[in-house]
Design a protein around this ligand. Sequence first.
Ligand SMILES: [Fe+2]
Length: 419
Amino acid sequence: MTQSLSYSRQGDKLNSDFFEEYLVRLLEERDRSGLTDMIHEIDAIMITVDPGHSIRYIGELALMTPYHYLVTLESEDHWTHILRIDMNSPDFLIREVKDPAIHGIFRSLNEVYPIGMRKPNSRYMGEILRVTNLHDVVECQKAREFRFFSQDEIRRLQLPGNLAISKPSPYTHNIVAYMERPEDQIRTYALGLSSIRDAVQQVYLAAKAMQEELEIHDLIQPIDHLATRIYSQNREVAILEWLSLSSYYYWGSYDIHDQNSSTNVTKSAHYSNELLSPAKVFTANNTPYFVNHLEKLPSPTETFVRNYGPRLHHIALAVCDGERHDMENIDFVVRQIASQGRDFLLDVIGSKEDGLKQIFSSASEHSSLIIEYVQRFGDFNGFFTKQNVAELTHAAGVEEELLELQAQSEINGGAMTSG
Ligand SMILES: [Fe+2]
């Protein structure tokens, strides 16, 4: 039996007595009930985009990541494109809504947030976790009061019929889906008609040719971590809820004092290598927005959540350790991608001496997601450095302030022309 509480605790942020008590009780029961051993790696991640955006987003991902276009599943109202590296790391499901007039639960999650509403169908939906016994996992989770979409609802949402899908989390707004698959079997998604679409294939092949020309095709590795931003008061419950739904364990939390924020890391209890099942990170302000005027504290994380809603903020990809053309690989990758017109929010930060270097891209115009690159040097066994996280958080906050101002001016401009 896997022992989810056997890992040494990292970090310097203190949790409440509530968190520490229920962390132990929830994980002990999860192990004892067999759930930890029935739930395995993140098998796929699901993203939805607005009409007309999926092909260009696939071009962006094919250039900036090691993903390959595999196939498109067409259903009545959606295209769902499958991207894959191989069976050792998660697939991407990129889902495009065909008709801008379609309203659904995922769109509703965007519509009450001032920047989120501008791309109403663009959001990270959640992860698919591989399980060994779908029926038992779902029954067990229902008994623990988790709610799932019915098979009829899944059919109407046009999501793969071989998944069990939880209702969106009240804390992260993400869903968690389960898919039964023996480890030696290929992933399949039971949805619509499958074909390789010419328009997608062309964009994909052009991006991969460019990746080779830029000499970066062999430097970018699979997903290292997924970072979700949540309201400050939901930090502990979001972590505990995710641990209850997955087979991850609590690695620890770091206080990023300068940015009034914390970074909270969970990792797979089954796979110590993040590239096989990415770490899940939660970022939350230390204090809620309405005390900022008293404490004079910065608040980039809470501001993001107020603008976009709780959601995934970035996908981090690992860069191979090493150098190319006398540059550390991460610097080379960033220079080459920037040469194609993609912006980055800051310079590459950190150093070989610190153990790792990191950078954030600007947010994708298609998914609103940021790509992080992270290169770890030698035998660095930390997950991140506090100084880097502070600088990244600050840079993303500055970018977002600009978007917010832009959104405001559009609303004001719109009011003037219509009134
Ligand atoms: Fe990150």
